[in-house]
Design a protein around this ligand. Structure first.
Ligand SMILES: Nc1ncnc2c1ncn2[C@@H]1O[C@H](COP(=O)(O)OP(=O)(O)OP(=O)(O)O)[C@@H](O)[C@H]1O
Ligand SMILES: [Mg+2]
Length: 301
């Protein structure tokens, strides 16, 4: 098991797992490992003709974010820091994600994100406005989501903040499910998202959710195949056990992660919370125990 990410260890989202199993990349130009280092140039070459996303210079994005000033920092994930910015030419307010993960994996996630979000369009997916690949810089520019992530409203809430009401929780669950449904049932070929979790569900000013972070997404099985084989990646606590064990990825792996987020929405607890007593640390296990206790209590009644 390999941990990937640069979060503070107190945050559950730090726990990204990667078991190395069979590698079967869907993007042909990424499949040949000997060509990996040329992938960025390749996608940019393909992109300049076929990808609608705008190409930004580093200078433009530095100007938009006050030179990536800490005052504009919105958050930080395993991929790098995210800043609020305002584009000088159009005055658009945007979110700018600066990748700090060096090497193959970071480059690959950047390319997959640009490709996926350029091809997929749905009201429940965050919009990629453009990207910057000046020199060694790898930066993604998204529509700005004013209420940040579901994680901030559900799991990282400040002591005096009002918790999300039930209606809003269900609205978020239903909207995020629509995003997944689009990826699984409408996109052709289908896409397996692989990173469904509270921090990747972003919220607009009316708590409408949008899925973000497609760097790990995979084109799903086509024809009569039931799964794709891949190394296991995702976030510990949200990852379907059968996927972790076999490396076989199906749409159901996303459905499992959706179930975990639904439990988080219902209970207000994190998928993994090491600050709780041992038997309550893993949300799914805890809920299963409750179910058994309730079941036995019902039998005794
Ligand atoms: N488009 C956006 N609009 C507004 N805020 C955003 C946007 N994208 C990301 N953020 C903020 O930046 C934070 C970090 O996002 P990021 O996707 O880099 O990391 P993460 O989802 O927390 O972790 P991981 O890297 O494991 O996915 C988010 O939790 C959110 O608060
Ligand atoms: Mg994210």
């Amino acid at each position: 098991m390999k941990l990937i990410g640069s979060h503070s260890p107190t945050r559950s989202t730090f726990l990204k797992i990667s078991f190395f199993n069979v590698e079967n990349e869907n993007f042909l130009f990424l499949a040949d490992s000997g060509r990996h280092r040329f992938a960025a140039e390749e996608i940019l070459r393909i992109g300049s003709d076929n990808i609608a996303a705008r190409v930004f210079t580093y200078r433009e994005l530095a100007a938009a974010t006050g030179s990536f000033s800490s005052e504009n920092l919105l958050g930080e994930g395993g991929f790098g820091r995210v800043y609020k910015g305002q584009l000088k030419v159009t005055n658009e307010v945007v979110a700018v994600k600066q990748l700090d993960r060096k090497g193959l994996q970071g480059n690959r996630e950047f390319l997959v994100e640009v490709l996926m979000l350029s091809l997929l369009h749905h009201p429940k997916l965050v919009k990629l406005l453009g990207y910057c690949a000046d020199g060694n810089h790898r930066i993604l520019v998204y529509e700005y989501m004013p209420l940040g992530s579901l994680e901030q409203h559900l799991l990282d809430i400040k002591p005096n903040a009002k918790p999300l009401d039930w209606h809003t929780r269900m609205k978020i669950a239903a909207g995020a499910a629509k995003g997944l449904e689009y990826l699984h049932e409408i996109a052709t070929p289908p896409v397996i998202y692989r990173d469904f979790k509270a921090s990747n569900i972003l919220l607009d000013e009316e708590y409408n959710p949008k899925l973000s972070d497609f760097g790990l997404a995979k084109v799903g099985p086509v024809g009569d195949k039931s799964h794709v084989s891949t190394r296991v990646m995702g976030t510990y606590g949200y990852c379907a056990p059968e996927h972790a064990i076999t490396g076989q990825l199906t749409k159901m792996s996303d459905v499992y992660s959706f179930g975990v987020v639904l439990l988080e929405l219902i209970t207000g607890r994190r998928a993994i919370d090491l600050n709780r007593p041992k038997r309550e640390q893993h949300l799914v296990h805890w809920v299963c125990q409750i179910k058994m206790v309730t079941f036995h209590a019902l039998l005794r009644a």
